[in-house]
Design a protein around this ligand. Sequence first.
Ligand SMILES: [Zn+2]
Length: 237
Amino acid sequence: MLLQDMTMKEFKGYLRRTKTLIVPYGSIEAHGVHLPLATDTMIIWEVVRRVAKRVRVFVAPPIYYGVCTSTGNHPGTIGITPETLRRLTMDIVRDGFRKGLRNFILVSGHGGGLHTYAIKEAGERLVEEIDGIQVASLAIYEILPGKARDIAETENDSHAGELETSCILHIEPGLVKGRAKEEYPALPKPIIVRDKERYWKGAVWGNPEKADPGKGAELLDIMVDSLAGLVRKIEGL
Ligand SMILES: [Zn+2]
């Protein structure tokens, strides 16, 4: 059930049926000229709402802001620091535990490195700190089976490309404004540059032209299956 829609009485009653909370994370981040800034949030929010229909679980409201490095300078990206994300995560989980929740699935639709590490670090600390807690920290893409990769025709699809564009075409087609050009970042990794937008102009990593809503539907189904499986797994431990 969606936490934000429940009353205190419903919360108490449902707690007798499950002690698992999913916390979805996204970002407000440039996703090419064609996708909304909240693309990552929209995708994960859709996934967790579907999971909540499939298995007994509490679903927290999405955390819209995330840590964005490569797209940090692009128009519209509004990021937060890893420290803020870690502290926010720890506060939410600690208070959830105080209210009787025991299993926490911290799942992100934004796969950025520092972003995901901040959530994982929070998970490690919480498990050290709180006896009797179980935490899973992940980007949703980490638990998808190989067949999810096969949906994309593009070899190296990662950001605002074939798959994310397909998902938004499926979820909310009216928010897809044409198609950005195929692009891959030319960041001189592992050197960290300040003017990242010079090396990655369009904020696209992949080929949006290959997107279609059917691929989005297929990928979302796989995400829902995988996350519902994780709910069962954490509850079975
Ligand atoms: Zn994204």
